[in-house]
Design a binder for this molecule. Structure first.
Ligand code: PLP
Length: 387
């Protein structure tokens, strides 16, 4: 079958492939601990689920405006204005089914064939996919493990140029848990205004942080005019399956992105949007509580991983992932990840599922119970001791 060039180099997300193999093993009777897929293990908070159910009963089952319901757009604008101490209007907000549309559609609206787009590698696989579909040239920038997986600024300085149309940032990061320091963001912001490029700042893990809040490049003077903030409800409020996210961007771009949404998706489910409104306006203590719980799990897992000979693991400052260095085993990451699934029954991801510079690492998601993490650690240790 012949396809258009834009889809030829697309590859599936590694997490889904590993999940499918892990489920096969489970169906054959194996006991598997799932640390591969990146989502909270807890259900959606009850007040949010109730609001969604009530919304269906109240008839929020019809089309809504394609950019989202006005109440929700206003609440998102207010929430983000407070979070970042900037002034955002509801006309800057475009709501979509998940955060992914807030990555894909602004990229389609801005990136022209041949434009270069810088993005983190290892990084969320959708970045490379959206750049390719837009016809842009993906320019991966490695992350620096010594600097808590911030952008390698020397590499960035070498790769950025007047051909750079957009730079994608993700802090806190999937897969590393790294948070970019203010100084790195400052440098990228200054380069953005010198060379005139856009910044797409994926802040979906902004609420899942363990020390201070992660700074956002959008807070720097003048940056709101050239920044798209991607955020959403999936991770913070355990709403991955509801499909609700949003982009914040200058109004003319929001109008174009809205057109893309209008013609491809139509709109986001109305009852999902009502549930999202409750998420933002309802009690926030439950978010703080679950983040405290993630911190406990992080501390437990990282301490355990560092006790395994050959493994060295940094303490992630945000998100619910650890990205230990496994270079000492001398085995390619994908082979080691496979071995750990087949031999130890622990599903996790190869660092290379997030790009070539993820080699030498594996990703584990710690949004899982301490009991499961404990079993996983025991199994990993005994499987790795056999090597
Ligand atoms: N951005 C990052 C960094 C992610 O890790 C994810 C989900 O894993 C997304 C965006 C997409 O989120 P959603 O499921 O809301 O589309």
């Amino acid at each position: 079958m012949e396809f258009a060039d834009r889809v030829l180099e697309l590859e599936p997300e590694g997490a889904y492939q590993v999940l499918s193999r892990a489920q096969e093993l489970q169906a054959a009777g194996r006991d598997i601990i799932h640390l591969e897929i990146g989502q909270p293990d807890t259900p959606t908070f009850p007040n949010i689920s109730s609001a969604g159910i009530q919304a269906i009963q109240d008839g929020h089952t019809r089309y809504t405006p394609s950019a989202g319901m006005n109440d929700l757009r206003s609440a998102i604008a207010e929430y983000t204005s407070k979070r970042l101490n900037v002034k955002i209007k509801s006309s800057n907000v475009v709501v979509g089914p998940g955060a992914k549309p807030a990555l894909f559609f602004p990229t389609l609206a801005l990136v022209r064939p041949g434009d270069e787009v810088i993005y983190p590698n290892p990084g969320f696989p959708t970045y490379e996919a959206m750049i390719r579909v837009a016809g842009g040239t993906p320019v991966p920038v490695p992350l620096s493990e010594e600097d808590d997986f911030s952008f390698d600024l020397d590499a960035f300085n070498r790769l950025v140029s007047r051909n750079t149309r957009m730079v994608v940032l993700n802090s806190p990061s999937n897969p590393t848990g790294g948070v970019m320091p203010l100084s790195a963001l400052e440098h990228i912001a200054k380069t953005a205004s010198d060379l005139d490029f856009w910044v797409l700042s994926d802040e979906i893990y902004s609420r899942i942080v363990y020390s201070s809040p992660a700074p956002s490049i959008a807070s720097f003077g003048g940056m709101l005019e050239r920044t798209i903030i991607c955020d959403g409800f999936s991770k913070t409020y355990s709403m991955t399956g509801w499909r609700l996210g949003y982009g914040i961007m200058p109004e003319p771009l929001a109008e174009r992105v809205n057109l893309l949404l209008n013609h491809s998706i139509g709109c986001t489910a109305g009852f999902t949007q009502v549930a999202g409104l409750e998420a933002l306006l309802g009690p926030q203590e439950q978010v703080d509580k679950i983040v405290q719980e993630y911190r406990r799990r992080r501390d437990f897992l990282v301490a355990g991983l560092n006790q395994i000979a050959g493994m060295s693991c940094r303490n992630p400052q945000g998100s619910f992932y650890t990205f230990p260095n496994i270079k000492a085993f001398g085995i390619p990451s994908d082979q080691l990840a496979n071995y750990l699934l087949e031999e130890a029954g622990v599903a996790l991801l190869s660092g290379t599922s997030f790009g070539k510079y993820g080699e030498g690492h594996i990703r584990l998601c710690f949004a899982n119970s301490i009991e499961n993490l404990e079993i996983a650690l025991e199994r990993l240790k005994s499987a790795l001791d056999k090597l």
